[in-house]
Write a new protein. Sequence first.
Length: 152
Amino acid sequence: AARRVPLDRALEHVAGYTIANDITARELVDRPDVPQMGMDWMRCKSAPGFNILGPYVTPARFVPDPQKLHIKLCVNGQVMQDEGTDDMIFGVARLIEFASHHTQLNPGDVIMTGSPSGNGIHHGLLLRDGDVMTGEIIGLVGRQVTPCKAEV
C-alpha cells in the first residue's frame, strides 16, 4: 500500500501501464431532474463497455519515462486524439503524489490520467452504433479496438 508518496518516489509504486478508454455518454451528463447535483459522472461513465482497459499491461520497467509516450485514438479511421504524454497538465508522478495524499493506493488500483484534447464534442462527432474506436499508446504493448453498440 502507498500513502503520502513523495513526488520523487511516485513512479516506484507503478506496476505497469495500459490503455484506458474513458467513454462518456454526453446525453447523460446533466441531471435536469436533480439540478442541485450538477454533472452526474457516475451515470454517464458507467454503461457496459465504458472505461475499457487493456488489452495488455506493459510492466513499468519497460517504460523508462511515462511522459515520453504518444496517445492516438481513431474513430472509423479518423484521427480524433493524437498527443504526447509530455503535454499532460499533471504528469504520472504528480498524479500519484496527489492521489496518495487523499487516499491509500493499493496493489491493483488504477489511476486514469484523463483524456487528451480532441474528444467527440471537440470534433462535433459523437459515437454512434456501429462506430469502431482504435486506441493505442505508442511505447506500450497492444492496440485497443472497441466496436460501439447502442443499448436501445
